[in-house]
Design a protein around this ligand. Sequence first.
Ligand SMILES: [Zn+2]
Length: 213
Amino acid sequence: MKLQIFETNDFLELCYLLIDESTLETAVVDPGMMKEHKRNEVCDFIESKGLKVKYILLTHAHLDHAAAAEDLAKKYGVEVYANMSDAELAQNLPDQAMRFRLPVNLKPLKFDKFLNDGDILMLGDERIEVIATPGHSMGGLMYYVPESGFACVGDTIFQGSIGRTDLPGGDFYTLINTIKEKVFALPDETVLFSGHGPSTTVLREKQMNPYVR
Ligand SMILES: [Zn+2]
């Protein structure tokens, strides 16, 4: 599976396109674009490559990850997938924008499909495994692609750091437990693509991450 990365907004959030190269089926993970030119960047890429968007997948429903989810779902006639425990956060996108004093006009977001721990999504012949990762938000999910050896982990873990837990739905001990029990259960060589900043690997974080000892 091929990965295309876009920086989407002032939070430097990263939107990932997961592309099955043989069928061009594509999953859009965390489309946090808040401005039209940023949305266009992603959409122009999708259209210029002839990609067939199949899913909009959210690792969680903070606005910097979910702002363009509904726009893209409508545009490509697909559904927004996320965990039910983040449904309230999604409903509150306008409040989240106010809280950060962002001059963006967001509507409440409604998920079309609920994903749970252990669900499998197919992209071409490749499996995307859905793994529940609560802690940064209650409904946190990561998307693990075992054949390609990577996972999109949202804001659960970063290179040398972890997600903040002071936002609604966050809980520090739950997050640490998630990292130890779920993220570190993946093979050591798995590449972790976070919602912000550079990628890392499971092994690197096991050895270097100061928050998880
Ligand atoms: Zn977040």
